[in-house]
Design a protein around this ligand. Structure first.
Ligand SMILES: Nc1ncnc2c1ncn2[C@@H]1O[C@H](COP(=O)(O)OP(=O)(O)O)[C@@H](O)[C@H]1O
Ligand SMILES: [Mg+2]
Length: 218
């Protein structure tokens, strides 16, 4: 089977693209799926995380293939990795520029993290427009949600029709990245870990996988 391409896109910086990419990649890899990640963001945050991860070989963390490249090289890189992987996760740069567009164009599913504020919702329109223009399905992810705030509920109503997963505001996501890990490796069973597993399961379900107690069947 050829890999499914998940592009994490959002023109707004700081929305949680790299955080989601890393944790989602680890979760899928822990399900024994063959995962590759590509960092197209020149800022290289995901690359930095992976370089820490590589140094933890003694921990037997779930294997992940990794590449970083420019937007121009992206299609060739995806082509190279497609045959031997189940999922390719692309972490794209902010700004709705050519690099992000290339990443969206290659996607089977575009994942758009967004913080629950009207400003972020408005700033997300360019990314949604880009995905629509490229005729790509979108999954929005509300990130850093405060359970006390009713705003997210209101925003969910405003965003009807778009499938959605929720992430709380949790320091544990950053702590895991600092250790080169995903949250499912650092604190399996924690609320943060459950949140990323929920998203992973939604994505697997979307692509027709059967999810059975953390094992998947194509
Ligand atoms: N759910 C979350 N809870 C707490 N902090 C988060 C969460 N998601 C992201 N962050 C933090 O927000 C900042 C921006 O996240 P990042 O993943 O780098 O966004 P982007 O890649 O979109 O620029 C980082 O400091 C990250 O640790
Ligand atoms: Mg980033």
């Amino acid at each position: 089977m050829v890999a499914q391409i998940l592009t994490i896109a959002q023109q707004k910086g700081g929305a949680g693209k790299t955080t989601l990419a890393a944790h989602l990649g680890v979760t899928l890899a822990e399900y024994d799926l063959r995962v590759a990640m590509i960092d197209v963001d020149p800022q290289g945050s995901l690359t930095h995380w992976y370089s820490i991860r590589e140094k933890q070989a003694h921990l037997n963390l779930a294997p992940i293939s990794f590449a970083s490249c420019s937007g121009i090289r992206l299609a060739a890189e995806v082509d190279r990795l497609k045959k031997d992987h189940d999922f390719i996760i692309i972490d794209s740069p902010p700004h709705a520029d050519t690099e992000a567009r290339n990443a969206v164009r290659l996607a089977d599913l575009v994942i758009v993290p967004m913080q629950p504020s009207p400003l972020d919702l408005w700033a997300t329109q360019a990314t949604l427009k880009m995905a629509k223009h490229e005729k790509k399905p979108v999954k929005m992810v509300l990130n850093r949600v405060n359970p006390q705030a009713s705003l997210s509920q209101k925003m969910q109503e405003e965003m009807k029709g778009l499938s959605m997963a929720l992430f709380g505001n949790r320091v544990a996501f950053a702590s895991a990245l600092l250790a080169g890990k995903g949250i499912t490796e650092l604190a399996h069973g924690s609320p943060a870990s459950d949140e990323i597993e929920n998203l992973a399961n939604e994505i697997l379900d979307y692509f027709g996988y059967e999810v059975e107690e953390e094992r998947v069947k194509a």
